[in-house]
Ligand binder design. Structure first.
Ligand SMILES: C[S@@+](CC[C@H](N)C(=O)[O-])C[C@H]1O[C@@H](n2cnc3c(N)ncnc32)[C@H](O)[C@@H]1O
Length: 248
């Protein structure tokens, strides 16, 4: 990955704009983060000691978890050179920023184990069903006993009629798509990002986003097959939902 020194002030602005783009897609994300915090503390009997955000992008959730749990070791895993550079610039020393591919077995060696909480927010829709199943098995192995996995993504309501699910009107989604395109467009205009964007093109050249959208029942079944005995719906916001799975 190119070692580009980025302007920290510019990075702060880009991360703030990223946060706005993501909540444009899913307005309920702040509420999800609150639920994750409360449930984790409840199950753990206090603040967790080790947490990991998968597909953590520029590290907004990791940063907020580190602020909420100052005694915890917080990490994130991602594959995107641009987003990793934003996270590393913004969070030096505060968060372990791990460059790894969640579809390659080596990521667990890089991440280590003993996690009380593993999150994957808006990440698994990048992957096909088989790699998601493999990922759940790997996550179970890196969780401490009693540890929690929270997967939040596009998870249409299992009980909605199929045709309704497909045609669901999604208020604000077109605007959010535009904001996403604009966010990436602004990076291409900044010379300091040129090497990172070139590296990003390489990474994603043979890795199209799967756009997988299994319902909660699909994810619960995959989690069960991966050895999670307990799982349940934690949160819903329109077509997006979060499933919590606990390692016994
Ligand atoms: C829509 S973004 C969400 C980022 C972050 N979770 C958030 O909510 O702001 C999806 C993230 O998953 C990451 N990702 C996709 N496929 C990946 C893979 N195979 N390994 C690691 N990260 C991956 C992307 O690089 C991106 O950062």
């Amino acid at each position: 990955m190119p070692s580009t020194a980025l302007d920290p002030v510019g990075v702060a602005g880009r991360r703030a704009a990223w946060d706005t783009v993501m909540t444009g897609f899913v307005p309920g994300l702040p509420a999800l983060e609150r639920v994750i915090g409360t449930v984790t503390e409840g199950l753990h009997g206090g603040p967790p000691t080790r947490v990991l955000d998968l597909g953590g992008g520029p590290g907004l959730l990791a940063e907020r978890m580190a602020a909420r749990w100052p005694g915890a070791r917080v990490g994130l895993v991602d594959i995107d050179p641009v987003l990793l550079a934003l996270a590393r610039t913004a969070l030096p020393g505060a968060v372990d920023v791990i460059d790894a591919d969640l579809t390659a077995p080596a990521w667990t060696a890089a991440a280590g184990g003993g996690y009380d909480l593993v999150t994957a927010v808006m990440t698994v829709h990048y992957l096909d069903p088989a790699p998601i199943r493999t990922l759940y098995r790997a996550i179970r192995r890196i969780l401490a006993p009693g540890g929690l996995l929270v997967v939040a993504d596009l998870m249409p309501d299992d009980h909605a009629p199929t045709v309704m699910r497909a045609l669901d009107p999604v208020p604000g989604e077109a605007t959010a798509e535009l904001a996403w395109t604009q966010w990436w467009g602004e990076l291409t205009a900044a010379a300091e990002f040129a090497p990172l964007l070139a590296a990003r093109s390489e990474v994603f050249r043979d890795r199209p986003t799967a756009e997988f959208a299994g319902g909660p029942a699909w994810h619960a079944q995959a989690a069960r097959a991966a050895g999670f005995a307990e799982s349940g719906l934690l949160w819903r916001d329109g077509r997006h939902a979060a499933l919590a799975c606990r390692r016994t």
